[in-house]
Design a protein around this ligand. Structure first.
Ligand SMILES: Cc1cc2nc3c(=O)[nH]c(=O)nc-3n(C[C@H](O)[C@H](O)[C@H](O)COP(=O)(O)OP(=O)(O)OC[C@H]3O[C@@H](n4cnc5c(N)ncnc54)[C@H](O)[C@@H]3O)c2cc1C
Length: 336
């Protein structure tokens, strides 16, 4: 068998590595960080289909995920509207999920090298799963932390503020609070900074609820300089997960897409490892399968994102929301 090298030990890299090991392929995975660790993430997985869970053998890693169907949507400080998702979203802390996958990969005989940052240049036998690329201009900021003793309106809450949105998800350790914010000159640190951002986005009632509850300070993390959408020109090599395309986080689809991309890449990579096809052919097969699978989702998410974040378009969203006219179910269907 030809070996495969994976650069990036997030969900795409780890789940692919695990599935390749189960197919008997020798795999080395380089991860710049270490496990366990908290990640900036809303921690609910939407749109993950049973076929992908089965093909990648993800069921043990997802054990204990809370299945949520009820969502409360608020725009500004207005009253929430309640929605029911057509299919449950799975809520699970990344601290748990990434660690379980890393342990499963090693137990399956994978060679996991943590603290190993690679150059990520494409080459035969190498899969790039390094997550979202950093944007040159750091306009957006992602912040997240877990809270305890925080009561939720529904197990999932989504709050749309001024150039910001914040998702709350009940996970087994407490409540995950994660937001995407336009950067502002705020000087706080840790969870206090998150609360300041929530307040600056005009989400006063939420800021007060957070300030009155208890934050698990060591779970706080931040990521700056995010950019979304497809890469301007498809990069050479096999890219998976956010490294291939980054869907705006309000969809809750980034994690499902990371897994789905790994599932799509599995057969061509096994064929390459077994010497049945060359690397160029594997690369073309993966690129065209990813394009077919994600094109519609990325287009819809890209169209909707400005209605949540751009002040003028957000007013439209607010108006439709108040009038109960946001077509949640058709939009949900378009994002799948
Ligand atoms: C604010 C916010 C909220 C979100 N909320 C949700 C949500 O609720 N639901 C959802 O499904 N998705 C959500 N997402 C998206 C989701 O987190 C990502 O889509 C998902 O983590 C992508 O997985 P990945 O494996 O591609 O990348 P990542 O999970 O980012 O992993 C990439 C890994 O590569 C490593 N790495 C990077 N460069 C190198 C290098 N040169 N060498 C070695 N290692 C390297 C990094 O350390 C990292 O561990 C959210 C994103 C943001 C920003």
């Amino acid at each position: 068998m030809r070996p495969i090298e994976i650069v990036g030990g997030g969900l795409a890299g780890l789940s692919l590595g695990l599935a390749l090991r189960r197919a008997g392929v020798p795999v080395t995975l380089h991860e710049a960080g270490r496990y366990p660790r908290h990640r900036v993430c809303g921690e609910f997985i939407s749109g993950l289909v049973p076929g992908v869970i089965e093909r990648l053998g993800l069921a043990p890693a997802l054990a204990g995920a809370l299945p949520h169907v009820d969502v409360a949507w608020s725009v500004g400080s207005g009253p929430p509207r309640h929605q029911t998702l057509p299919r449950p979203a799975l809520a699970l802390s990344r601290h748990v999920l990434d660690t379980r996958l890393a342990n499963a990969f090693t137990a399956a005989g994978g060679d996991l090298r943590t603290g190993s940052r690679q150059d990520a240049a494409p080459r035969a036998g190498r899969v790039i799963a390094t997550g979202r690329p950093r944007a040159g201009d750091p306009v957006w900021l992602g912040l997240k932390a877990h809270w305890s003793h925080l009561r939720l309106e529904r197990p999932l809450e989504m709050h749309v503020g001024d150039q910001a949105y914040v998702g709350l998800a009940q996970v087994s350790e407490g409540v995950n609070v994660c937001g995407l914010f336009r950067r502002r000159p705020l000087a706080g640190r840790g969870a206090a900074l998150l609360v300041d951002y929530v307040r600056a986005a005009g989400l006063q009632p939420l800021a007060e609820r957070l300030a009155a509850a208890t934050c698990v300070e060591e779970s706080f993390c931040a990521v700056a300089a995010l950019e979304f959408g497809r890469r301007p020109a498809p990069p050479a090599g096999i890219h998976l997960g956010d490294a291939a395309a980054t869907i705006p986080p309000f969809t809750g689809h980034g994690m499902a897409m990371a897994f789905e991309g790994a599932a799509v890449a599995l057969a061509p990579l096994v064929a390459y490892a077994e010497g049945r096809i060359d690397w160029d052919k594997a690369e073309r097969a993966v690129a065209s399968a990813l394009r077919r699978r994600f094109r519609t989702r990325l287009t819809w998410a890209g169209l909707l994102h400005p209605f949540l974040l751009q002040p003028r378009r957000r007013r439209w969203f607010e108006y439709l929301h108040r009038a109960h006219l946001v077509p949640f179910r058709p939009l949900y269907a378009a994002l799948h």
